[in-house]
Design a protein around this ligand. Sequence first.
Ligand code: AMP
Length: 197
Amino acid sequence: MSVRIVLLGPPGAGKGTQAARLAEKLGVEAISTGDIFRANIKGETELGKLAQEYTSRGELVPDSVTNAMVRDKLASKIDGDAQTLGFILDGYPRNVAQVEELDAILSEFGVALDGAVEITADGDIVTERLLKRAEIEGRADDTEPVIRHRLAVYAEQTAPISAVYAQRSALVQVDGIGDVDEVTDRLLAALESFDDQ
Ligand code: AMP
């Protein structure tokens, strides 16, 4: 059985770092919509030009664009048998409409999500982490006003999707504060709760 999970949590909670670690341990690909947008922006593709208008302001890229991109990415991973499709989605879904779209994509493929894992972290801590990351990585959307806006967009549009997965008994929450290895161990332990579902 392949692992199919979505990783939730505010910007700065460590989703990217943990998605990469889990992907390696579990032998599946981590798919980050933010990384795909950044690669397109760097490559100056049409998708990149469009995405940049939104990412630079900390707004969500329109669902029509993002959903089509994720659908193509997942479809391209299916090599014959869809049952072997495995992934860790980082940064998608990001609103309730995207949750519904992911449901539709997976049901079309005839596969199910194991569940959603939410990395929790307090607002002050994530703001501090993002400002620090800004100094190190120089991400264009890590300036203070844009960080504040991304956190507001998260609270308004993304945070509500945890309740959607919780209602399906498909949500586990993991404390994202602490040592990186420790958080990975917590995530791996949390994933075991999906095994018997
Ligand atoms: P991230 O690297 O996940 O923090 O994403 C960086 C930016 O890419 C976000 O602030 C959005 O502008 C855009 N983005 C990433 N994922 C999505 C998504 N699922 N829906 C819409 N926009 C997204």
